[in-house]
Design a protein around this ligand. Structure first.
Ligand SMILES: Cc1cc2nc3c(=O)[nH]c(=O)nc-3n(C[C@H](O)[C@H](O)[C@H](O)COP(=O)(O)OP(=O)(O)OC[C@H]3O[C@@H](n4cnc5c(N)ncnc54)[C@H](O)[C@@H]3O)c2cc1C
Length: 351
């Protein structure tokens, strides 16, 4: 039998950041992950942006999230001596006169304006007839590079097994958990939208949001910004961009489909007035909770069994901070705040 402090199920951004943080604090981890092409973290464009939504409000806890993200993604960069986080501004075109007017009102708020450039230089290639502004504190994480790099490292170190977790092989003992040849003191489930198949946490009410992205080539627009209007274009180098995304609520098949392709193409044509070539269509299911906040905490009746889920549309920015909160609970019994605790959903467990 192999002995670990933690058994982690799922290696999306949640499981990855959590396992890395635990290892950095001296804990031993074993990760079980079912490798799939179309899971949320592997198709995500990886963007983070403290100015959120159509109403343009500063995102919840943005300062703490940004600080934690820079710290932990920075530590991963140091670990691999490789850059994963690119901090570049977002050039956002107004979609209407109304948006432009709303922005003028917002521009009176100096806290908000710290993040913005209200009059960026015009760039060719976009349908920006209502003008544009720039968000300065944005960027993106190369999840497609980071997750496989850590996976490879963990497989080589004997810390990651590529298989579907078999719930019938999990035994709960006085010392913790036994799974096949593994003993662990604690177990954390990080399965994204597939939490619905987990017999211990399927009570958490989730709303799935399928998203589509294109990998495309466009030689007419520069690579020094994220470009946005309804959808975003994230530069990947060599005239390649990731363009996304759609929000198709309630869909549970992660495979790309025609409906998503058409919707995304329409959004793309509302932004670009130059030629481009679609190279690939990817899609995945975002794991959003009913109230759209993360879901962290311990199972009500199984001590040392935890959940880390509900990262929804903001997994990149949320994961490092949320992993810190969960470790605070698991290691030092620091209560998770109510708005993100799994406890808020325990009424569904009793139902
Ligand atoms: C098209 C699209 C674009 C997006 N763009 C962004 C963006 O720009 N910025 C941003 O912050 N967020 C974005 N998101 C959202 C972001 O991807 C999610 O918030 C995040 O990836 C969720 O991570 P997760 O680790 O919780 O789940 P997942 O990424 O779904 O990972 C779960 C992992 O668990 C594994 N697993 C599940 N069940 C089992 C089992 N029984 N046994 C073993 N392994 C299992 C899965 O195979 C997977 O590897 C986007 C999402 C989509 C779909």
């Amino acid at each position: 039998m192999k002995q670990f402090d933690y058994l982690i199920i799922g290696q999306g951004i949640a499981g990855t950041v959590l396992a890395f943080q635990l290892q950095q604090s001296g804990k031993s981890v074993c990760i079980i992950n079912k490798q799939q092409k179309f899971h949320s973290s592997s198709v995500a464009a990886g963007m983070y942006n403290p100015v959120s939504g159509k109403r343009m409000v500063l995102a919840w806890k943005w300062k703490e999230m940004l600080e934690s993200g820079r710290n932990w993604y920075g530590q991963m960069e140091d670990f691999f001596s490789k850059k994963f986080l690119t901090e570049i501004p977002t050039y956002q075109c107004f979609a209407s006169i109304k948006e432009q007017n709303d922005f003028s009102i917002k521009a009176e708020d100096s806290l908000f304006m710290e993040h913005l450039n209200a009059s960026p230089e015009k760039v060719n290639g976009f349908k920006d007839e209502f003008g544009a502004f720039e968000i300065l504190t944005t960027g993106w994480l190369q999840t497609q590079e980071l997750l496989p790099a850590l996976r490879k490292n963990w497989i080589e170190q004997g810390n990651l097994i590529e298989e579907e977790f078999d719930f019938t092989s999990l035994k709960i003992t006085d010392e913790g958990f036994t799974y096949k040849e593994i003993n662990a003191h604690k177990i954390v489930f990080c399965e994204g939208f597939e939490i619905s198949k987990n017999p211990y946490f399927s009570f958490v009410p989730m709303v799935t949001a399928k998203g589509d992205v294109f990998k495309l080539k466009c030689e007419h627009i520069p690579q020094n910004r994220i470009w946005k209007k309804g959808l975003y274009l994230v530069p990947q180098g060599n005239s390649i961009f990731k363009a996304g995304s759609t929000y198709r609520w309630g869909k549970t098949n992660p495979e790309p489909d025609e409906e998503g392709k058409i919707e995304l193409k329409e959004k793309l044509d509302a932004l670009l007035n130059c030629e481009y070539e679609i190279l690939e269509h990817l899609s995945g299911i975002r794991p959003a909770s009913k109230d759209r906040f993360p879901v962290l905490g311990e199972h009500k009746s199984n001590k040392n069994m935890f959940v880390f889920n509900g990262l929804g549309t903001k997994g990149i920015m949320w994961a490092p901070y949320m992993a810190e909160q969960l470790i605070g609970l698991m290691e030092n019994q620091i209560e998770i705040e109510k708005s993100i605790s799994v406890k808020r959903f325990e009424k569904y467990l009793e139902a």
